[in-house]
Design a protein around this ligand. Structure first.
Ligand code: FDA
Length: 392
């Protein structure tokens, strides 16, 4: 039987990073993945430029039953640490809005760099190799694989979540966790476009393609980012962000003219140019197509001068406090991440080791730690992978 010190299940961001660290410590490391290539999500992320971290890493940017769990790993291997590695490798990066850091070159360069670091650290990798059950044997574990059983002193589960099955996501890691008695936090798709019932969709669909600098709110949580109308409903960063907080039955509120005082502006315009149509006034604050649509939705006819304060306030509410009730989301098919996962109460926050199963580790998206959009999820993958790489 093939044997090694550490077998890492999953060659994504977390698994690759963990492999480099464990290999550098002199551990004999084998990484196994059923995909034909390592780091596929890194390759396609951030429009091919990988939003690899964020300068605003803080516990409130992560969702988890225990949001403080992630802190230890995030503090021990920080965004600055990752940047230093990119700099040392000569990989260029740039800051875009909201502290988001992207590569300047293609994300494939980062994947190649990680693979080269793994090779330098002596890590062996089996791609295109399916995984079966994991069981305890002696002082370690046996992992069933398509290439036969593998014995290892430590097993690191880095198989990610359920998001985008077409890219190889399986939820395999949750099964391993359960088979060793670890608890799971219910999983659901996150960072995902929201979907609507037919009558709402009929209202939204004609606006497909329009993007505005908006604010989307659900309950007390709101995000100031772009809102994008699509043929299926709503998307764009603001919507993806609130999708992590949205639950069926919730109402979301949209401000489509963030930073403006639409009611006050309409009243002022009525005084200065009362003979213009409502849509003309709204077009000073919104894309013209959206302005016409809001006018139609409001049912208002005539000029601005014809409208009372009550009517103008009602129109302003449509622009800045539009209430919508999504029926759900597009699901794992398009979700960037999976909420929930291996319960952090069952893991050691310093090493990611299962408290009740010495030698078994869980890192990355399979754990109940989910970041906001904007590089937070990759930083969690690097940090948790690094932490387990020091211990496994
Ligand atoms: P990841 O999913 O990366 O890796 C898991 C690996 O396990 C895969 O290689 C898979 O093939 C393998 N695997 C799964 N099941 C298996 C099985 N049964 N047998 C064998 N192997 C198995 N985040 C961010 O911070 N910035 C960004 O720009 C983006 N952009 C982005 C775009 C898109 C389209 C998606 C889908 C996601 C993002 N993300 C992101 C999220 C980010 O990709 C994600 O958080 C990390 O890839 C998670 O890393 P992991 O290593 O945990 O899982």
């Amino acid at each position: 039987m093939q044997s090694c010190d550490v077998v890492i299940l999953g060659a994504g961001a977390a698994g690759m990073y963990c492999a480099i660290e464990a290999g550098r410590r002199g551990r004999r490391v084998l990484v196994i993945d059923h995909a034909q290539a390592a780091g596929e999500k890194i390759r396609i992320s951030g429009g091919g430029k990988c939003n690899f971290t964020n300068l605003g890493i803080a516990p409130d940017r992560f969702l988890s039953q225990n949001p403080r769990f992630a802190l230890s790993a995030l503090k021990r291997f920080t965004a600055r640490d990752f940047i230093a590695r990119l700099d040392a490798a000569g990989l260029g990066w740039q800051e875009r809005s909201l502290g988001q850091l992207f590569l300047t070159g293609p994300a494939t360069q980062l994947v190649a760099h990680l693979a080269a670091d793994m090779a330098r650290a002596g890590v062996e990798m089996w791609l295109g190799c399916g995984l079966g059950a994991v069981r305890r044997e002696g002082a370690g574990f046996v992992v069933e694989t398509q290439r036969g059983p593998v014995w290892a002193a430590s097993v690191v589960v880095a198989t990610g979540g359920k998001s985008i099955p077409l890219m190889g996501a399986t939820g395999y890691g949750y099964g391993v966790a359960e088979s060793f008695g670890l608890r799971l936090v219910e999983t659901r798709p996150a960072l995902v476009p929201l979907t609507f019932a037919a009558q709402d969709l009929a209202v939204l669909k004609p606006l497909a393609g329009i993007a505005v600098a908006g604010r989307a709110t659900v309950g007390k949580v709101g995000f100031d980012e772009a809102v994008l109308f699509t043929h299926r409903g709503l998307s764009g960063p603001a919507i993806l962000q609130i999708s992590s907080y949205f639950r069926e039955g919730d109402t979301i509120r949209l401000d489509l003219a963030r930073g403006r005082e639409v009611a006050a502006e309409l009243r002022a315009l009525r005084g200065q140019a009362g003979r213009i149509a409502l849509r003309t006034a709204l077009a000073q604050m919104l894309p013209e197509k959206l302005a016409r649509h809001i006018e139609a939705l409001s049912g208002v006819t005539g000029t601005l001068a014809d409208q009372s304060n009550v009517v103008l306030d009602r129109v302003a509410a449509l622009v800045q406090d539009w209430h919508l009730k999504p029926v759900g989301s597009e699901g794992y098919r398009t979700a960037e991440v999976t909420l929930g996962g291996v319960n952090t109460d069952d893991l050691d926050s310093r090493s990611m080791e299962a408290r009740a199963v010495p030698g078994l580790y869980f890192i990355g998206e399979v754990v109940d730690v989910t970041g906001w959009l904007g590089g937070y999820n990759f930083q969690w993958a690097w940090s948790s992978g690094w932490a387990a790489g020091q211990a496994a």
